[in-house]
Design a protein around this ligand. Structure first.
Ligand SMILES: Nc1ncnc2c1ncn2[C@@H]1O[C@H](COP(=O)(O)OP(=O)(O)O)[C@@H](O)[C@H]1O
Ligand SMILES: [Mg+2]
Length: 342
């Protein structure tokens, strides 16, 4: 009984053999670095920035600037890879710069992590060096080029560092997420352990989270682990919903009675299914209303309100629940018991 064929292929640091949906961006990145020796990748969390840089420049030295925050620490990290025998301790940064080989490529990930005291000096020295024909090439990565520009605050430094060299990665759309997740699932999981609806549900949940593709890969891995733990060899919709770690239920308390009932019906109907047709929800909703002697509301309207609140996602004519149905049913039943709304 197994689902995961190769768990390591879903690690954040794993570089897959194909990077889908970013052909144009990869081409631009290559062109920029070949012609000018530098580029800045921008984009929100989980848009594939780190992957794109690592995939495009396989021999580059990767420095995470949230881990190595000072100029000295960054240079030490670069030297530890490019000159493993060299001992930089006790030497000032200036001396370390002298030791950096000319012909290397650096990836400065999360460049906004550099301490504000060192940021300008480091970027200035770096870009001057790259411009002076010494062939030091770099790709810097940031979540937001405008914020970085403001942090730098100096137009001259900004323009030698990154001007006209920004590659922006917009968030993936649903169909792109599906294509990427399917490919990653085929690489890492056994055949027949997931279906198209599972992949689409992971994409829908990820689109509703801040982590985008990062959330997507996490959910893929965690849902496979959950299903395996339960002794199944197939991933079910509830595994996917439960694998999402940023479940948020804070909105339930202030939800009105009618909407709570629509959500409860949706949850009951979703136990074994990823996506539901309107009629499938309606059947259960009618029963719930009858049972409690409550007038029905317009279901379409109810569902679109739930969509706005982030509990439900509409895909074509169907609806997907994004939160584990078990958790929701328990919560809502608890609320109903405690409240005098019913
Ligand atoms: N186009 C893609 N093809 C395949 N996997 C991708 C793609 N984009 C992102 N990923 C995967 O999604 C996750 C998040 O990507 P990452 O590069 O860490 O994003 P960022 O650095 O923008 O936060 C990683 O596991 C990465 O391998
Ligand atoms: Mg990253």
């Amino acid at each position: 009984m197994a689902i995961l064929r190769s768990k390591g292929k879903l690690d954040i640091s794993y570089v897959p053999s194909k990077v889908l949906c970013r052909d144009r961006e990869i081409q631009t990145l290559k062109t920029l670095v070949e012609s000018g020796g530098k580029a800045l990748i921008s984009g929100e969390v989980g848009t594939g920035k780190t992957l794109l840089a690592r995939y495009t420049f396989k021999d580059a030295i990767l420095v995470n600037c949230f881990v190595n925050r000072s100029e000295h620490a960054i240079l030490e990290r670069i030297l530890s890879v490019s000159r493993p025998g060299f001992n930089p301790s006790g030497l000032p940064s200036r001396k370390l710069w002298d030791q950096i080989p000319d012909d290397i490529m650096i990836i400065l990930d999360e460049v906004e992590g550099i301490s504000i005291d060192d940021l300008n000096h480091f970027l200035y020295t770096l870009s001057r060096r790259s411009e002076s024909g010494r062939k030091l090439r770099y790709v810097a990565i940031t979540r937001d080029a405008n914020i970085l520009r403001q942090m730098i605050g100096d137009n001259a430094i900004w323009s030698t560092f990154a001007e006209k060299a920004v590659v922006h990665l917009r968030p993936y759309r649903h169909e792109e997420m599906v294509e990427i997740l399917r490919y990653r699932a085929e690489e890492a999981l056994y055949e027949g352990t997931f279906d198209d609806e599972i992949i689409s549900l992971i994409a829908d949940i990820s689109l509703n989270s801040e982590g985008h593709m990062r959330t997507g890969i996490d959910i893929l891995r965690n849902s496979a682990i959950l299903a395996e733990k339960e002794g199944r060899d197939i991933i079910e919709p509830e595994d996917v919903r439960s694998a999402n770690l940023d479940i948020w239920l804070g909105g339930l308390e202030r939800m009105d009675r009618d909407l709570l009932l629509v959500l409860l019906s949706m949850a009951r109907a979703s136990r074994k299914k990823a996506y539901l047709r309107m009629e499938e929800i309606e059947k259960i909703y009618e029963m719930e209303c009858e049972l409690r002697g409550i007038e029905r509301i317009d279901l379409l309207l109810g569902l679109s309100r739930l969509e706005e609140e982030g509990y439900v996602s509409k895909r074509g004519e169907k609806y997907a629940l994004l939160i584990p149905s078990k958790v929701l049913i328990e919560e809502i039943e608890g609320l109903i018991e405690r409240s005098d709304l019913f």
